[in-house]
Ligand binder design. Structure first.
Ligand SMILES: C[S@@+](CC[C@H](N)C(=O)[O-])C[C@H]1O[C@@H](n2cnc3c(N)ncnc32)[C@H](O)[C@@H]1O
Length: 242
C-alpha cells in the first residue's frame, strides 16, 4: 500500500459524496476498487423482493436518476482510473439495465475489460410475463493488461459464479448487501494482504468488512448517513470478533 492517501486515513470509511471525495484521493494510491454503485432503478419498489415485509430494511438508499446516469458513471469511472496504481484493477457490479453506460464509461476512461463475470443468485422474485432476473454483471477491468494481480486461487476459474445472497433473518439490513463470499473471492484473486481496497459506494460496507477480515487495507465512502453508521457498526463488530 502507498502511504499517502491525502486527507484520508487507511482503514477508515467516510460519509459524503463519492464524486467529491474521490477527487481528493492522490493519483495511483489504490490497488483495487470493488464497487456496487447505484443502478438507477427504484429500490423502494424492490424492497419487498429482498425482504418479505421490508420492516427491517434500512431506508434512504440514494439513487441516481436515469437521465443523469451516464454522466454520473463517466465521472466516477474516470476518477477510479486515476486513483488506481498502474497495476490496479476494478470490479464493477452492474445490473443489465444500465450496462451500456457502464461499458462505455470503462472504455472511455482507458480501462481494459478482461472479463464479464456473471454472478448468478436467487432471491425469490417472481415475474409472470418475462424471465426472472437472477444475475448481475461484474465487470473485471485493469489499467494495464500486462501488469496486474491475479492470484492462483483456483485452477482455471470460470466467469459464472453461483453464490447465494445472504439472508439476515430478523436483523436490520440494507436492500442491496453483497454476500461476503462473493467479495472474498474477488479480494483473494485480485489483491494481496496489505493492499489498499477502495469502495466509493459502500452501502452496508461489505467490501470494507471483508477487506478487514482478509488483512487488506480499505477506504470507503457512503453518502447516506444511516448507511454510513450501519457500515461503521459492522466494521466495529468485525474488530471485536478478531
Ligand atoms: C448498491 S449499494 C452498495 C451495496 C454494498 N455493496 C453492500 O454490500 O451493502 C450503492 C450505495 O451507494 C450509495 N450512494 C449513492 N450515491 C452515492 C454517492 N454519490 N456517493 C457515495 N455513496 C453513494 C447508496 O446510498 C447505496 O448505499
Amino acid at each position: 500500500m502507498k502511504s499517502d492517501l491525502g486527507p484520508f486515513e487507511a482503514d477508515r470509511i467516510y460519509q459524503g459524496d463519492a464524486l467529491e471525495l474521490m477527487e481528493e484521493i492522490p493519483s495511483g494510491s489504490v490497488d483495487l476498487i470493488v464497487t456496487d454503485p447505484p443502478f438507477a432503478i427504484d429500490f423502494r419498489a424492490q424492497r419487498m423482493n429482498y425482504n418479505r415485509t421490508g420492516r427491517h430494511v434500512l431506508d434512504g438508499y440514494r439513487e441516481v436518476s436515469p437521465d443523469d446516469y451516464a454522466d454520473f458513471t463517466r465521472t466516477w469511472v474516470d476518477e477510479a482510473y486515476r486513483v488506481l496504481s498502474p497495476s490496479g484493477s476494478l470490479y464493477l457490479f452492474s445490473g443489465w439495465n444500465r450496462l451500456k453506460e457502464v461499458l462505455c464509461s470503462l472504455d472511455a476512461s482507458g480501462f481494459v475489460t478482461l472479463n464479464h463475470i456473471i454472478w448468478k443468485y436467487q432471491f425469490g422474485v417472481y415475474t409472470r410475463k418475462k424471465y426472472v432476473t437472477s444475475h448481475y454483471h461484474v465487470l473485471y477491468a485493469v489499467k494495464n493488461p500486462r501488469n496486474y494481480t491475479f492470484n492462483k486461487v483456483e485452477h482455471y476459474p470460470e466467469d459464472v459464479w453461483v453464490i447465494n445472497r445472504e439472508y439476515w433473518k430478523g436483523k436490520q439490513k440494507t436492500p442491496t448487501k453483497l454476500p461476503r463470499e462473493l467479495v472474498g473471492k474477488i479480494l483473494r484473486f485480485s489483491s494481496n494482504p496489505g493492499d489498499l481496497v477502495l469502495d466509493p459506494f459502500l452501502g452496508s460496507g461489505t467490501v470494507a468488512v471483508v477487506s478487514r477480515e482478509l488483512g487488506r487495507h480499505f477506504l470507503g465512502f457512503e453518502i447516506v448517513p444511516e448507511y454510513y453508521e450501519f457500515a461503521k457498526q459492522r466494521l466495529k463488530e468485525t474488530l471485536l470478533r478478531e
